[in-house]
Design a protein around this ligand. Structure first.
Ligand code: ZN
Length: 315
């Protein structure tokens, strides 16, 4: 009986311990079960806080970038970009530069237009040559002025009255003469003259007007004067034959080292000039050494007297 009782006690103790252990396990499990959500919650909250912090940082960075972009855009919008005007230095080649292997010949006709101007223009057209006309103011000649321009020749001015004693008696008279012929030509052709030839040339011995004043007047009107270095001689008293004019021109051109500015006249009493012109062009245009050009702003001026050398009064 005692052994049986002892066995029962042992078994009782064993069950009791087991129940106690089971209770402990259950308690621990219960505690863990209660704690887990809290731990997870705490972890989750912490993690969320970090993520939110990260999101805030990212948002700040994005805002910063946006702000920078907006500032950059604003700066770009407000940038004052000055008007850019390309500066081209107008490079104009001189006639000599354009035709380095040629002797340049400038045929010039003074004192027209006249009844012979059309003939002269016809001959020039036949040889496809452009020339320069230093004209007077002639009534009922509008078509000839206009033809000179329309056919590509240079229309320069010479004088309104062509009366030396009047023109060169005073600066006022000289000024009036230049202004009158300038306006006369402009009214008929619409072309502002740019080239001038002094009656008698810049070295004429008639004028008592201070030549510097006359040069200044021409400069103020943007006129460049051209004299000549070859004379046809067609204006000499009594006139010359066409063969004499031809010889003077050809010999004169050949004697010039550089370009030749040839003085001729298309006046009503000088038909021999017209006849000579055909022969002159026949000679020049069939020789590759020469080229005929109109006077333009790329033409080197031939001037008998220039301002720097001036002593005020023609000698
Ligand atoms: Zn003249």
């Amino acid at each position: 009986m005692a052994e049986e009782k002892e066995e029962l006690l042992k078994y009782y103790e064993y069950r009791k311990k087991r129940v106690k252990r089971l209770k402990t396990v259950l308690c621990v499990f219960a505690v863990l079960l209660l704690l887990c959500p809290s731990v997870v919650s705490v972890y989750s909250v912490t993690r969320m806080a970090k993520l939110e912090q990260r999101i805030d940082n990212l948002q700040n960075q994005i805002d910063s970038i946006n702000t920078s972009t907006m500032k950059a855009d604003a700066v770009a919008d407000n940038l004052v970009i000055p008007d850019y005007t390309p500066i081209y230095k107008e490079v104009k080649l001189s006639d000599e530069q354009r035709y380095p292997d040629k002797k340049l010949v400038y045929l010039t006709f003074d004192d027209g237009p006249s009844k012979y101007t059309d003939e002269i223009l016809d001959i020039l057209e036949e040889y496809d040559v452009k020339a320069t006309f230093f004209v007077l103011a002639k009534e009922d000649m509008d078509e000839r002025y206009q033809r000179i321009v329309s056919e590509g020749h240079t229309l320069g001015i010479h004088s309104y009255t062509h009366k030396y004693d009047e023109i060169y008696s005073s600066l006022d008279n000289f000024t009036t003469d230049v202004n009158n012929v300038y306006s006369f030509v402009f009214d008929i052709t619409g072309v502002e003259p740019r080239f001038y030839r002094f009656p008698g040339g810049s070295s004429n011995k008639v004028s008592g007007v201070n030549k510097n004043d006359m040069f200044d007047l021409l400069t103020s009107k943007k006129l460049t004067y051209y004299d000549w270095n070859v004379s046809s001689g067609d204006a000499v008293a009594g006139g010359l034959s066409s063969s004499q004019i031809y010889s003077n021109v050809i010999n004169g051109i050949n004697s010039q080292e550089e370009s030749a500015v040839v003085l001729m006249h298309d006046a009503a009493d000088k038909h021999s000039t017209v006849t000579a012109l055909s022969n002159i062009l026949e000679y020049i245009c069939n020789d590759d050494r020469y080229i005929c050009l109109p006077i333009t702003d790329t033409t080197t001026p031939v001037m008998h007297v220039i301002k720097e050398e001036s002593n005020g009064i023609f000698q």
